[in-house]
Design a protein around this ligand. Structure first.
Ligand code: 3HC
Length: 309
């Protein structure tokens, strides 16, 4: 490994080309903020339809950002949108898109085997020294890196938060095998996007989700027991704890399937931890396809623009 580390450190590349795999909510957001910061970005997904939808949502979000940042300067606002869109390309092939990448950020569904097989594809074409990063919310970074042992020295976690253009944090996850140089590049990259970068160990949920996801599930349990209504729990946490959203609304916002998936994974790994036990109510809603904001129905109803009704 030391030999590899030396080799990879020596060939450490500065970052200008970023490939983002997965054009869902998180992948699109990561692609957007990278393109906004001047990186040449290629966003990858399986088909034209998914990519078209992502590009459209990036355009809409950018217009919001530009309007906010350049309120009285409509010409500059227009330029910010067009310049950013010009930095963005799409592709349906991960292997092709990785060929000249300096950094690959993977944001595909939370499935260990799928991610591992994707990393193997990327490994076959990505240049030596290319940084590999996962935006996983609940899987171990080192576990993912096992798929590509020769990439371990340049493999880390970059965990963003939804909505990516607004949330100011990136958790930068260190594995035992990543080199100091590669880890620093990931920190620098996050800062170059205008985010605060917090270094984290490769522990379940890192910092934010380890605290947030059990909190969301506790709120659902409170509702399940009939201790309070969804509206009252949310109002209480907004006004009593100063949170921008209450936990029930936030669970809908994050996605009930995502929340359940994270808890189920931890429950399987740590069956004796009371806090990670499944919630019947959450399971039922997910079973019924009530996944929250993304499906228009969860604990609350959401309109097609993503606003709570
Ligand atoms: N793109 C661009 N701008 C956006 C945006 C987007 N997708 N979403 C919101 N904004 C902007 C709006 O334009 C608005 O700008 P303005 O101040 O000029 O009006 C500003 O953000 C606030 O938005 P809204 O007025 O629509 O609504 P709110 O004031 O309620 O803010 C919110 C929305 C930013 C989502 C806020 O409610 C919030 O911070 N909620 C908590 C979000 C959170 O906790 N996220 C983390 C989830 S955990 C996670 O992602 C980890 C994963 O692994 C599970």
């Amino acid at each position: 490994l030391r030999q590899f580390s030396l080799q990879y450190t020596m060939s450490s590349r500065s970052i200008s080309k970023v490939t983002v795999i997965g054009a869902g909510l998180m992948g699109s957001g990561i692609a957007q903020v990278s393109a906004q910061s001047g990186y040449q970005v290629t966003l990858v997904d399986l088909n034209e339809q998914l990519l078209g939808k992502a590009v459209q949502s990036i355009q809409t979000s950018l217009e919001r950002v530009a309007k906010k940042q350049l309120k009285d300067r409509p010409e500059e606002a227009k330029q910010l949108v067009s310049k950013t869109m010009a930095n963005l390309a799409t592709s349906q092939s991960a292997a092709d898109a990785a060929k000249s990448a300096d950094l690959v950020v993977e944001a595909v569904v939370e499935n260990l085997e799928l991610k591992r097989s994707l990393y193997r594809q990327l490994d076959s074409t990505a240049p030596a020294g290319c940084l590999f990063a996962s935006n996983t919310s609940s899987l171990g970074i080192a576990e993912l890196a096992e798929a590509v042992p020769n990439r371990k020295p340049t493999f880390g976690g970059l965990h963003f938060f939804n909505p990516v253009p607004v949330m100011r944090l990136v958790e930068v996850v260190r594995t035992p095998d990543i080199t100091e140089a590669a880890f620093n590049q990931l920190l620098e990259f996050s800062r170059s996007l205008g985010k605060s970068a917090v270094p984290c160990k490769d522990t379940p949920g890192f910092i934010v989700n380890r605290l947030l996801v059990p909190y969301l599930t506790e709120a659902v349990r409170m509702l399940e027991r009939g201790d309070a209504t969804a509206e009252d729990i949310d109002t209480a946490m907004r006004l009593g704890a100063g949170h921008p959203m209450g936990p029930i609304e936030l669970a809908d916002y994050v996605g009930l399937d995502t929340t359940k998936f994270i808890m189920d994974g931890w429950h399987a790994k740590f069956p004796n931890v009371e806090l990670f036990k499944p919630s019947d109510m959450l399971n039922k809603l997910v079973e019924e396809g009530r996944l929250g904001r993304k499906t228009g129905l969860g604990f609350y109803k959401w309109d097609s623009k993503g606003s709570k009704l």
